[in-house]
Design a protein around this ligand. Sequence first.
Ligand code: PXP
Length: 246
Amino acid sequence: MLLGVNVDHVATIREARGETEPDPLIAAKMAIDGGADGITVHLREDRRHINDRDLRRVRSNLKKVEINLEMAAINEMVNIALKIRPDLVTLVPEKRAELTTEGGLELEKCSKKIKKAIDSIQAKGIPVSLFINPAIKDIHMSKQLGASMVEIHTGLYANAAGRKQISELERVRKAVKRGNEIGLLVNAGHGLKFSNVKNIAAIKGIRGLYIGHSIIANSIYLGLESAVKEMKRLMKQAQNLGFQER
Ligand code: PXP
């Protein structure tokens, strides 16, 4: 199971002071030294953290790991993706006032613009993943729209507790299973941290986890390399033992 590390919040700290440090590219290299298989950056319309230069530098300096560009399905971003050529594009819903991505794509409501973005990007040989809620209908719709991959939103699982968390975990598990059955590559992410990653990492059929905030937060205590190492260790342990918390 791959681990993609999102370095947006390194840029968030930089932007908090309008400074030149910390540098998301240096952080990305440290994450790779810690075992990250990929680096994710989210280029938002308002450029609140990652900017166009960050994206160019990350792409041109990191050739051996998957560069995943998260973006909204709008013409401006599609044109940037086609120029920069990340290894993967993940389409996400984007609201200007949100603190972080708040949920999966509204596939039915936005099917036209999502399909248009998928077609333009995949026609140039870049696979597209759709960030979706753990719902069977969204799995089917992602396939219909022609996406190669999906990323299942684990935020509802991560934010729930007790029985609710177990039922949210079950929704993720079912969505992964159905995605695999109909030939989609299935990733997962959002809200994952040391304390809750094992239940997700133990699910069979997940290609990769995409994790940002918690790794960057823990890098303050542990250093970034060690924070990534610890996340990978927990993922591996869960996969080997078929970990299940009840
Ligand atoms: N996946 C997607 C599609 C996201 O938008 C984000 C947040 O940028 C993440 C994963 C990572 O979420 P977190 O920062 O909560 O680990």
